[in-house]
Design a protein. Structure first.
Length: 310
């Protein structure tokens, strides 16, 4: 397998690579320890090593210091997650993380941060796939991909025939985009690369099964309408008006209608739905889902190996 992700050993220090508080702090942040507390613990370990004239810390001693600095519950949880994170890195499979949800639910922020924490360098979006398809397929040939997801009803050739044009247009666009998404995932699997993919088109039940990878699919939602609207003000400010807030606020009803549809399908398909009212908590939840999925997969594989050995 060729470089599925940027994996690093558990940063306890080795004879060839002495302990680094920077690497330790980064690993701790990756598993959900707040930045300030992560550096506090990393610095405490550095001081402990200096006092003992050592260049690496034993795992048991690391756990003692974690409990000392972070407390019994948070310290033990951090150590447990670091162990599981190491097991994930040692798993001989690419990792594919899919972050779905309606427009304005924070998918790109969550996807980018999760990729960073997992050491995954390939991050893309279904909007990028759709934009690429626009260059190859004219509006006359494939009209729905030339509109935003919540405006795709305008691309229906016979909107009056649809029970609900908003959903019908969105689904037609989604089917087209998922062809390109499937090709992107297939290419990543062929090369053995891990990838984080985000987008409104990652509708549960519409993607084919992903074989030969550790696949984790999650859908984000924002239950509160005012909070959802607030995300568009942030996006408007962050893009210097390239994504004007009024356009999204005018379509907020349709955007939230699509959100309800995606969330309903997620729950029917057993895909986790995460309320994104707190970005740090959401990222931590996504990371926990990845670690839990890896742990479950390794447990199943281990049971299979034990059966084969009998």
């Amino acid at each position: 397998m060729s470089h599925p992700r940027h994996a690093e050993p558990l940063p306890l220090g080795t004879p060839n690579q002495p302990y680094s508080k920077g690497l330790m702090a980064r690993a701790l942040v990756a598993v959900g320890v707040p930045l300030t507390r992560a550096y506090e613990l990393a610095k405490r370990i550095e001081q402990d090593l200096a006092d003992r004239h050592e260049e690496s810390v034993e795992l048991d001693r690391f756990e003692e210091l974690a409990v000392e600095v972070l407390g019994e519950v948070d310290g033990s949880r951090a150590v447990d997650r670091l162990r599981r994170f190491r097991e994930l890195q040692e798993l001989d499979l690419p990792v594919i993380v899919l972050v779905g949800g309606a427009t304005g639910t924070g998918k790109s922020t969550v996807a980018t941060e999760a990729a960073y924490r997992l050491g995954i360098t390939r991050v893309t979006s279904t909007d990028f796939v759709r934009q690429t398809m626009r260059a190859f397929f004219s509006e006359e040939f494939m009209p729905s991909i030339h509109y935003s997801s919540f405006e795709a009803a305008a691309g229906l050739r016979e909107p009056e025939q649809a029970d609900d044009p908003v959903i019908a247009g969105f689904l037609e666009q989604t089917r087209y985009v998922l062809v390109g998404v499937g090709a992107s995932i297939e290419r990543a699997l062929e090369e053995g690369w891990s990838m984080v993919l985000e987008g409104v088109h990652l509708v549960p039940g519409m993607l084919p099964p992903i074989e030969g990878a550790l696949a984790v699919h999650v859908v984000l939602e924002i239950e509160n309408e005012e909070e959802h609207a607030g995300h568009f003000f942030v996006r408007d400010a962050g893009t210097d008006g390239l994504r004007p807030v009024d356009r999204y606020l005018d379509a907020l009803g349709d955007i939230r209608f699509i959100q309800d549809y995606i969330v309903e399908r997620a729950r029917r398909a057993g895909v986790p739905v995460v309320e994104n009212s707190n970005i740090e908590l959401t990222i931590a939840t996504v990371m926990e889902l990845v670690l839990s999925t890896a742990e479950h997969r390794e447990g199943v594989a281990g049971a299979g190996r034990r059966r084969d050995a009998r």
